[in-house]
Design a protein around this ligand. Structure first.
Ligand code: GLA
Length: 405
């Protein structure tokens, strides 16, 4: 994994040679891993993520005109667009293969729409934006479910607010990123990823009430490691399957006559089962039980009750597999392999939106080497795939690195 020490100088140099200017401001925003509380955020429920020490960096300097020019170093691509003259009617259009010019061939163009979307959402809310030159790079694994896109949105929000000279709170920055993703990119995600990227606290996970956006820090004991294992399963049609789950949950809430699935207990849900289709009932049961597990898990972590945490994470995995149908066989295998090594000394489950991506384990540091050895040996035998391992530090949320604030 490339480190900040090697990536920032390369990005600074790329900024200078691409834009023929130097001394940009530097912003960073982290990716995240969710310990528990999956697909609960768009149901007004609870989540327990931590920010991780993998980042997106945005270098930016203001221009005298209304142009935004962007270099995406990791894709070797450039995009540029004009800010509309009337902020009341922002009309930034989505990027396409023709608007994004490849510096070298690369099949991904979607990054440009995160930049355009973040700018567009800020304008829609009446924030005044200045033109600027922007260079982007990052080491959050892309497409792995560790929120590289949310970290990009949050880093950009910070850059635009700082360069244009308007204040933007962490939660407003997160909401703006979510709006960009919902309206511009077309993924109807909740608020978790952007919020933890903006507000993460070093050494802590945050228990987030996604209805009130209240965040409670939950210290991760120093004896534990946060181990992320990428299944390297190719994820396909993730956004459409994700949006479909969201729709099913919203439909269930409507039929139950409640604002969101957050508003029903598991006992009430059982009583009201006849109102839902069997599929809607399963989806709702996942959300309602996952909310309860998440609040309990925060307490278990606070009290270093690893046996309880282990059980709750195992139940979460089962619920994601059987009720929410978002795991895949390779992920289930990975979780089993890790569970066999750590038993009740730690927890393991799939993390993020699902359909592939990563597994997260919270475990005593002395077990990490054993887990990695077993997964390295057994996972390819079962799946034909190799896993990647990331040992993460629970990290600070988005920051302006330079000039220091
Ligand atoms: C994705 C979304 C989040 C959340 C998770 C599932 O990461 O962006 O809002 O819904 O999936 O918990």
């Amino acid at each position: 994994m490339r480190s900040a020490e090697s990536m920032l100088p390369a990005l600074t140099q790329a900024f200078a040679s691409h834009f023929h200017r130097s001394h940009p401001a530097i912003f960073q925003a982290p990716g995240r891993v969710n310990l528990i509380g999956e697909h609960t955020d768009y149901n007004d429920g609870f989540v327990l993520p931590c920010a991780i020490n993998f980042y997106t960096w945005v270098l930016a300097a203001p221009r005298d005109d209304q142009k935004i020019q962007v270099l995406a170093l990791d894709y070797q691509q450039h995009d540029e667009f004009d800010l509309p003259f009337s902020a009341a009617h922002p009309d930034i259009h989505p990027a396409s293969d023709t608007t994004t010019s490849p510096i070298a061939h690369h099949p991904h163009y979607s990054w440009a729409n995160y930049v355009r979307g973040v700018a567009n959402s800020l304008l829609q809310q009446g924030y005044p934006l200045r033109g600027c030159d922007i260079a982007i790079s990052g080491n959050v694994p892309k497409g792995a479910g560790l929120s590289s896109s949310a970290s990009l949105e949050v880093a950009l929000g910070l850059a635009f607010s700082s360069l244009s000279g308007f204040p933007l709170s962490g939660s407003d920055n997160a909401k703006n990123g979510q709006q960009a993703e919902n309206q511009f990119v077309g993924c109807h995600c909740g608020i978790m990823d952007q919020l933890i990227s903006a507000l993460g606290q070093q050494g802590n996970a945050l228990l987030i009430d996604t209805r009130s956006l209240a965040c409670t820090p939950v210290k991760i004991p120093e004896s534990l490691s946060v181990l992320i294992i990428n299944s390297n399963v190719q994820r396909g049609l993730v956004d459409s399957a994700y949006n479909e789950r969201r729709q099913q949950c919203e439909q269930a809430a409507i039929k139950l006559g409640i604002k969101a699935l957050r508003d029903i207990s598991s006992g009430e849900l059982q009583q009201q089962q006849h109102r839902l289709s069997p599929l809607e009932f399963k989806r709702a049961r996942h959300v309602v039980s996952e909310n309860a597990r998440t609040e309990l898990a925060a307490t278990a972590l606070q009290q270093s009750d690893l046996a309880l945490l282990s059980r709750l994470m195992a139940e979460s995995q089962q619920s994601m597999q059987q009720d929410f149908d978002i795991t895949v066989p390779a992920i289930d295998t990975l979780v089993q392999l890790v569970h066999q090594v750590i038993g009740i000394q730690g927890g393991v489950r799939m993390t993020g939106g699902g359909f592939g991506g990563c597994v997260v384990a919270l475990l005593p540091t002395e077990l990490v080497a054993d887990v990695c050895a077993v997964v390295e040996r057994e996972y390819p035998k079962h799946t034909g795939l190799q896993a990647d391992f990331f040992i993460c530090e629970p990290s600070q949320g988005a920051l302006q690195l330079h000039p220091a604030r």
